[in-house]
Design a protein around this ligand. Structure first.
Ligand code: AMP
Ligand code: MG
Length: 434
């Protein structure tokens, strides 16, 4: 097979939003994991991707045009006008999806960072994004992780790696913010038209575009809330226009139900705690609405934002109705109170609705018609153990766990179910910017 032809529609259409950038050569690239089904879906030959030329293609070294995308963003509430791909490259589009490599070396957006990725976090993103996909949540996908043969400095020296992922696009609220503050003509308008036509082709106006982004994000975050997923860095640069979940740095799952839970070591005030995620989504969407003014009139933007709480309530009620198999609000309230009172393991408790509702605490839960709930999520203690082993050179636990979490509706055994041991959560803190 010859190197596949990638499209460069975004880079061609928006020279203002990209910088030509080149991947660095890697001392000893080794393919750690390849998503063969996804490769085939994209029309890529897995055998070719495993070849030396295939690896160079994935690493952004195949001679294709590569760019770093510019974006701004509110990080923990503070606006940074210039973030951008500081350690990643857009390789191009394939089959309408972005192909993107992360950990490929410094770009003009690196701001002093080394532009690299560590093996643990790159494997974490691959595993959790593929688990989310299997759970039915809109997300970027992991195509491959390649160790680079380089040791990089983090809290100590750790193995370096590149993650290759696909996304409906890498356009973020932060991309619109960047366009707005650098706009000297019609940049923001062209960007929004492009994003609308790419992601919401049945919508016709900027107002409809904003509403579509709002509804797509609400649908995604409503699923996070059902599954106990905590993103951990819901900055506007990590909130996509497509609605896909993106950037799995410090993400983690709840086990015992506690809405105040947060894990990220850099989120010291719990801004992105589990229960805050809907409010933060609304806050991020308000930043998008602001960036769209005057494409959308101020009053209209305000009205659209005012519809957020009702839209959220409806989505959350629908998710709860699916969870329980009834839209009776009294049952929903009783369920939520039960979770708050007993703090059971959220995933196991949902699964009991399918398998043994009589064993659930807090009353009679029989006779409902719940959705099929997963047996498995990427539990923090299991992910942690698999990544530690991988960093020490043993990939077997990673591959075992990957097989489990990408087939979550089959019971793979008690060792992959149940909450973390008590000691684990006390110590567990995930890290960002790794
Ligand atoms: P993230 O936490 O991956 O969403 O990244 C937030 C911002 O920091 C983005 O602009 C990244 O490109 C940048 N960044 C993160 N890690 C690095 C790194 N090692 N070198 C350069 N830039 C980085
Ligand atoms: Mg990011």
């Amino acid at each position: 097979m010859n190197a596949p032809q990638l499209d460069h529609q975004f880079a061609d259409a928006f020279p203002e939003l990209v910088h030509a950038a080149h991947a660095e050569e890697q001392p000893d690239p080794q393919l750690i994991v390849l998503n063969e089904p996804l490769a085939r879906e994209l029309g890529l030959d897995p055998d070719w991707l495993r070849s030396p030329e295939g690896l160079r293609f994935l690493l952004g070294l195949g001679g294709n045009r590569t760019v770093a995308m510019g974006y701004a963003g509110h990080q923990f509430g503070q606006f940074s006008p210039r973030l951008g791909d500081g350690r990643a490259l857009l390789l191009g589009e394939i089959d309408g999806r972005d192909l993107h490599a992360k950990g490929t070396g410094p770009t003009v957006f690196s701001r002093g960072g080394d532009g690299r990725g560590a093996l643990g976090p790159m494997l974490r993103e691959y595993l959790v994004s593929e688990a989310m996909h299997a759970l039915g949540v809109p997300t970027t996908r992991g195509l491959a992780v390649i160790s680079t043969g380089r040791r990089i400095m983090r809290t100590g020296a750790v193995p370096g790696a590149v993650l290759v992922r696909t996304a409906a696009s890498h356009l973020r609220i932060g991309t619109v913010q960047y366009a707005r503050i650098t706009d000297t003509g019609d940049l923001t308008e062209r960007l929004c038209t492009y994003a609308r036509q790419r992601h919401y082709p049945d919508r016709n106006t900027h107002e409809e575009f904003f509403t579509a982004v709002m509804d797509a994000q609400i649908a995604t975050v409503a699923q996070w809330m059902r599954l106990g997923f905590i993103h951990g860095v819901m900055n506007t640069d990590n909130t996509t226009l497509s609605g896909e979940t993106i950037d799995y740095g410090p993400c983690a799952f709840l086990d015992h139900y506690d809405p105040a839970t947060f894990f990220s070591s850099i989120d010291t005030h719990g801004r992105y705690a589990f229960r805050n995620q809907p409010v933060i989504l609304g806050w991020n969407l308000a930043r998008l609405a602001e960036a769209l003014i005057p494409l959308i009139e101020v009053e209209t933007a305000q009205e659209l934002m005012n519809s957020f709480p009702d839209r959220w309530e409806r989505a959350q009620a629908a998710e709860l109705a699916r969870t329980l198999g009834t839209d009776d609000p009294a049952v929903g309230e009783r369920w939520t109170s039960m979770l708050e009172e007993h703090s059971p393991d959220l995933t196991d408790t949902h699964r009991l609705l399918n398998d043994d509702p009589a064993a659930l605490p807090g009353g009679d839960w029989t006779g409902l018609n719940p959705m099929e709930h997963p047996f498995h999520i990427p539990r923090n203690h299991l992910v942690d153990a698999a990544l530690r082993a991988a960093e020490a050179g043993d990939l077997a636990p990673f591959h075992t766990l990957l097989a489990v979490v990408t087939d979550p509706f089959t019971d793979h055994g008690a060792e992959f179910r149940g909450p973390a041991p008590e000691e684990f959560n006390e110590l567990f803190r995930t890290f960002c910017g790794t």
